[in-house]
Design a protein around this ligand. Structure first.
Ligand SMILES: [Zn+2]
Length: 92
């Protein structure tokens, strides 16, 4: 059991990843905390987006795949090129 840290567990609670004891403690806190209630309501849309993303992921595709080094370098080069072009426009 972890020490009680108010407001910290709202994200984990929204995703349903807290253990039983922490869920119980957070729900006790939530009953009297308008801040966490508001955050939980906002996170409901995030949970729906994540669920939709999981549904849209084609079978056999890892939804959290790590990009290859070549793809990562190409993406960084593309972003760097755009930033350099913007600087040239501002300076020019
Ligand atoms: Zn709170």
């Amino acid at each position: 059991m972890r020490p009680l840290e108010p407001h910290r567990d709202v994200g984990a609670y929204a995703l349903g990843v807290l253990g039983a004891a922490d869920t119980f403690r957070f729900e006790e806190h939530l009953a009297g905390c308008a801040h966490c209630a508001r955050l939980l309501e906002e996170l409901g849309s995030v949970e729906a987006l994540l669920a939709a993303y999981a549904r849209w992921t084609p079978p056999g595709v890892d939804p959290v795949a790590v990009p290859s080094p070549a793809l990562l370098h190409a993406a960084l080069d593309a972003v760097g090129g755009r930033l350099r072009a913007r600087r040239r426009v501002r300076l020019g």
